[in-house]
Design a protein around this ligand. Structure first.
Ligand code: HEC
Ligand code: HEC
Ligand code: HEC
Ligand code: HEC
Ligand code: HEC
Ligand code: HEC
Length: 497
């Protein structure tokens, strides 16, 4: 029985192999041409559009590569077809005395070199592109929108994402790229969680990232904090408070060691155990003075470790245990409206506007989409002022409240201030009072300080038209909501008035 051997094709497809290889040639040529043009343009003119970097250095090279694979597959298939009976596979012969072989070899080496040069430049640029804010913040637009928008509004808007999330050195770079691949998979299969869970479990220790720019030796003294407030009453009564926050120092180079950044002092370690994943309940803390070796354990009445029971490894406190929102700051309606009223973006002469705008934001936090939320805000606020004498002011108030919504509420990702605890302070979240609540007592009977002047002194406060009381020595807090001795602020305040 004789086998019928298919006839080898002629013309271009003899080289390309068949339709597979032909497709490969077309794909490679087109994408290579586009790639070379765009790279030349990038080198000589430069792009300002972030997406283009991703297109040029990540997506197009991937298409060129796919084209090359197709050609390879075509050639392989073709060779199989051409195989005669009794064919034995072997390496091709190259004869340098044969002018055709010589020419082909020189051509291959030249093309190879050019290709290598471009891929070296391409991978260098690809490295930079995948490290860029645009790549991290925009590529998976919906997933990253909350963190990207809040980042752009923060003091770190010009610090690249990778400075905090990867930091220097190769090992964290590789780790980040590996977990990045998993995240790309989650996005492609739409299997990512909404909201993204926090705290970020495998964040690089802050000492290796934040301290590249802010190092503990640099903190000293106190800084002034001015916080405007408006009550949720008919007059939107202003309450102004100024305080000196004792940010403190961690080396004797610039002043005494003490104050808030004492936690970060090079000479001591603070470790703690939290009982919840979001690290909001901390019944057990241990402070170790490395110079004297003195160890002090503070715990709440029910936070003492059970005898003999295996305890989880404590977490060593670092910057993000307080500054967990240094850049992804999701403002609560109360905080955002206090600022909007202060800057006169919402007119404080509109009766009860703080209360009404705040309620509108609280309700629209439950909206399914941004469009719906923005519409709800308009309806809810407008309904409260049907015959107000100055409709323009209401329009402005609505527009600003909608702005607050767009910058801080992300219904598609179910992300608002409600799911993003902020550990600085103690008013809307437990924050410092997770440990400094007066309930954490050491074995020798000392209580972790809860004194209102331990961390700050109030130097001025003023409610409504009353003249401000001022004192550099520090004032007792005159709470606009009445006396609240010994009660945790979070019992009443959680972001709404
Ligand atoms: C100043 C440092 C810093 C910069 C710059 C920064 N981040 Fe973060 N980011 C953090 C910290 C700290 C956390 C951890 C919050 C936590 O664990 O509670 C975080 C958390 C996140 C999270 C988890 C979700 C969330 O809301 O906390 C994502 C996603 C994220 N960052 C993405 C980005 C992207 C994208 C950029 C750039 C556009 C960026 N980050 C820039 C410090 C930073
Ligand atoms: C690449 C440098 C860089 C890195 C890394 C960095 N920051 Fe910053 N940080 C800055 C700059 C710049 C500012 C703005 C300074 C200013 O406004 O005076 C800033 C401001 C701050 C402020 C003051 C914010 C305010 O409201 O004025 C805090 C707090 C802060 N950073 C904490 C952190 C923490 C925590 C980390 C690590 C998660 C971190 N930073 C990482 C550069 C950096
Ligand atoms: C028993 C409940 C309660 C407790 C506890 C409480 N507050 Fe208030 N607070 C109120 C009320 C009520 C108001 C007035 C609300 C309004 O009209 O806006 C208020 C108003 C304020 C305001 C000004 C208005 C604003 O919303 O910006 C500040 C600032 C404030 N409280 C801080 C604190 C701090 C700090 C603590 C903890 C030391 C605390 N509060 C504990 C009930 C409480
Ligand atoms: C115990 C909590 C805590 C820890 C830990 C902590 N900070 Fe702070 N930090 C604060 C507080 C509180 C402020 C005052 C600003 C405020 O209230 O917003 C502050 C202020 C700052 C500022 C503004 C500087 C200034 O003088 O106003 C920077 C920058 C900063 N911290 C960076 C860091 C870095 C970097 C680390 C880690 C090495 C760190 N912090 C650790 C609580 C902390
Ligand atoms: C994880 C628990 C924990 C948290 C959270 C915490 N602290 Fe502390 N803090 C401690 C411990 C432990 C000490 C040391 C007490 C000692 O043994 O002297 C301390 C000491 C201090 C001191 C006194 C330092 C000195 O001068 O000796 C200040 C001020 C302070 N903390 C401020 C803050 C502020 C502000 C926050 C919130 C932004 C905060 N702490 C959050 C555990 C904590
Ligand atoms: C462990 C340190 C610590 C202790 C103790 C402490 N505070 Fe504070 N407090 C802070 C920090 C840090 C902030 C600034 C938070 C910020 O940047 O928003 C703050 C902010 C405030 C504010 C301003 C809140 C705002 O929204 O403007 C008031 C009012 C206040 N504290 C009152 C008190 C009173 C009253 C006590 C005593 C019961 C007290 N604090 C005890 C650390 C402390």
């Amino acid at each position: 029985m004789t086998e019928t051997i298919p006839k080898p094709p002629k013309g271009l497809s003899a080289y390309a192999g068949n339709w597979l290889g032909l497709l490969g040639i077309i794909v490679t040529m087109c994408s290579l041409l586009a790639l070379l043009l765009l790279i030349a343009f990038d080198i000589f003119v430069g792009f300002s559009r972030p997406y283009l970097g991703v297109l040029i250095y990540v997506i197009l090279p991937a298409i060129v590569f796919a084209g090359l694979l197709l050609i390879g597959a075509g050639v392989w298939y073709q060779r199989r077809l051409r195989r005669k009976p009794g064919y034995k596979p072997g390496l091709p012969h190259i004869d340098l005395n044969n002018p055709r072989h010589r020419r082909n070899l020189i051509l291959t080496v030249c093309i190879g070199l050019v290709f290598l040069l471009f891929s070296a430049y391409g991978s260098y640029r690809a490295y930079h592109v995948t490290e860029s804010v645009a790549f991290c913040g925009l590529l998976c637009h919906q997933v990253m929108e909350p963190v990207h928008t809040t980042y752009l509004n923060s003091p770190h808007a010009r610090v690249a994402c990778t400075k905090c999330h990867i930091g220097p050195g190769a090992s964290w770079f590789v780790r980040a790229k590996i977990s990045g691949l998993r995240q790309v998979y989650a996005v492609l299969t739409d299997s990512y969680p909404r909201p993204i869970p926090v705290p970020v479990e495998n964040l690089r220790p802050a000492r290796e990232t934040c301290e590249q720019c802010h190092w503990p030796e640099k903190f000293y003294g106190a800084t002034e904090l001015q916080r405007p407030h408006y009550l949720a009453d008919e007059d939107n009564t202003p309450f102004d408070i100024r305080m000196m926050i004792k940010v403190g120092g961690a080396t004797p180079l610039h002043g005494p060691i003490g104050g808030i950044h004492w936690h970060m002092a090079v000479g001591n370690d603070i470790e703690y155990r939290a009982t919840d994943a979001s690290r909001q309940t901390i019944p057990w803390v241990r402070a170790t003075n490395r110079a004297t070796g003195k160890v002090t354990v503070y715990h709440t009445a029910d936070g003492a470790p059970a005898e003999g029971a295996a305890q989880p490894e404590p977490r060593r406190m670092d910057c993000v245990d307080c500054h967990n929102r240094p850049t992804h700051i999701f403002q609560s309606p109360n905080e955002a409206l206090n600022v909007a009223l202060w800057l006169n973006r919402v007119d404080a002469s509109i009766p009860s506007i703080k209360l009404n705008a705040s309620n509108a934001l609280l309700q629209s936090a439950k909206a399914k989409s941004r469009t719906e939320g923005v519409r709800q805000i308009d309806e809810l606020i407008s309904a409260k002022y049907p015959d107000y004498q100055d409709p323009l002011k209401i329009r402005q108030a609505v527009a600003e409240t909608q702005n607050i919504y767009r910058n801080n509420f992300f219904p598609e990702m179910k992300t608002t201030w409600q799911v993003r605890p902020d550990n600085i302070g103690h008013r809307s979240w437990p924050g410092c009072f997770r440990c400094h609540d007066g309930e954490h007592v050491s074995t020798t009977g000392e209580t972790l300080s809860n004194d209102c002047n331990a961390c700050h002194t109030i130097i001025s406060q003023a409610l409504g038209d009353k003249p401000a009381t001022t004192s550099l020595a520090g004032l007792p807090f005159e709470h606009p909501g009445g006396d609240v001795p010994g009660i945790l602020c979070t019992l009443c305040h959680a972001g709404s008035p």
